[in-house]
Design a protein around this ligand. Sequence first.
Ligand SMILES: NC(=O)c1ccc[n+]([C@@H]2O[C@H](COP(=O)([O-])OP(=O)(O)OC[C@H]3O[C@@H](n4cnc5c(N)ncnc54)[C@H](OP(=O)(O)O)[C@@H]3O)[C@@H](O)[C@H]2O)c1
Length: 319
Amino acid sequence: MTTENLNIPPVALGTWAWGDGGETGDGYFGSSLTQAGLEEVADKAHAAGFTLWDTAVVYGMGRSETVLGGVLKRFDRSAYQLSTKFTPQVAGEGDDPVADMLEQSLARLGTDYIDLYWIHSPADVAWWTPHLIPLLKSGKVRHVGVSNHNLGEIELADRILGEAGFRVEAVQNHYSLLYRSSEQAGILDHCRKEGIRFFAYMVLEQGALSGKYSPENPLPEGTNRAQAYNGILPQLKALTNKLAAIGAKQGAAASDVAIAWAIAKGTTPLIGVTRPGYIDGLARAISIRLSGDEIAELEALADAARVNTCGWWEKEMRV
Ligand SMILES: NC(=O)c1ccc[n+]([C@@H]2O[C@H](COP(=O)([O-])OP(=O)(O)OC[C@H]3O[C@@H](n4cnc5c(N)ncnc54)[C@H](OP(=O)(O)O)[C@@H]3O)[C@@H](O)[C@H]2O)c1
C-alpha cells in the first residue's frame, strides 16, 4: 500500500487550535472559534479541494476530534480524508493501547476508518510500531505515517512494517522557514528518494510567521503560543516584511508566501485553519511560484533571525 491511492491535496488542514476551549477561545491558541465559523471553514475548504483534515487525541484531549467530527457530519465520508494519531505518552493500560486509542478516535470522529494514522512521537519505536499492523490488516486504518521521528527512527519503523508487507507512507514533522531541522538531517531527501510524503507542520509557526502578528500586535496574551513566540517577534520582523513584500507583487499575503515556500521545498504543508478567510490564502499559496533567489533570500533572513522554535515536545532531527 502506498499513499498513491490516498487523495492528498497540495495543502492539508490542521485542527490543533480546534481543541481549545471552543467559544471561549482560551487555551493553547486563544483563537475565538465558533461552530458556525468552523463549518464555514470546512465548506470553503472542500469547495476549494482541501479535504484532508489532521487532528490528534491530545488536541484538547479529544475536543479537536469531537469538534471536527461534528463539523464534517455535513459531508459524505468519501468527500474527505481523516488523519489522526496514536500518542504514546497518553497510552492506556489495556492489552492493546493503540487499538483502544484508535477506537476512541473513531467514535469521536464519527467514522469507522482513518485514512492516515500516525504514531505521534518516537517514544519507543520498536515497541509501538508493530501495533499498527493489525489495524492496517483490519482496514480500520488505511495508511500509516510517523511523526517527530528522526531518520534512524523512520527507517526502523519502515523495517518493522516492511516485515508485514506494509511501509511508512508519510512523515509529519515541524518544518518552517525558521525550523529546517528535518531538511538538515536529510529527512526531506530520504522522503523524496523513497516516495514518502512529507507533511510539514507549523509552517506559520502558530501564527508568528503569518504577518498578522508583530511586537505591536502580539499573539493572544496568556496562551501557550504567546509564551513561545511573543518574545521573538522583534527578530522575525525582517523576515515577515520580506514575505509580505514578495506576496504584494503577486496579490498575496505574507502567510501565503510562507506556505508557498513549503510547497516549493517539496512538502505538503499542514496548516492550522481557524478562519474561513484563511482558505482563500491556501488557494493563493498553491499558485505562487517562488524563484530560487526568493527562496534563498527568505532562508537567509530566517537564519539571520537566530531563533530556535523547536517545540517543547520535539527534539532536533540532526543526529
Ligand atoms: N505531529 C505533531 O507533533 C504536530 C505538532 C504541531 C502541529 N501539528 C499539526 O499541524 C497543524 C498546523 O500547526 P499549528 O496549527 O500548530 O500552527 P500553524 O499552522 O503554523 O499556525 C496556525 C495559526 O496560524 C494562523 N493562520 C493560519 N492560516 C493563516 C492565514 N492564511 N493567514 C494568517 N494567519 C493564519 C492562525 O492563527 P489565528 O487563529 O491567531 O489567526 C492559526 O491558528 C496543527 O493544527 C496540527 O494538525 C502536528
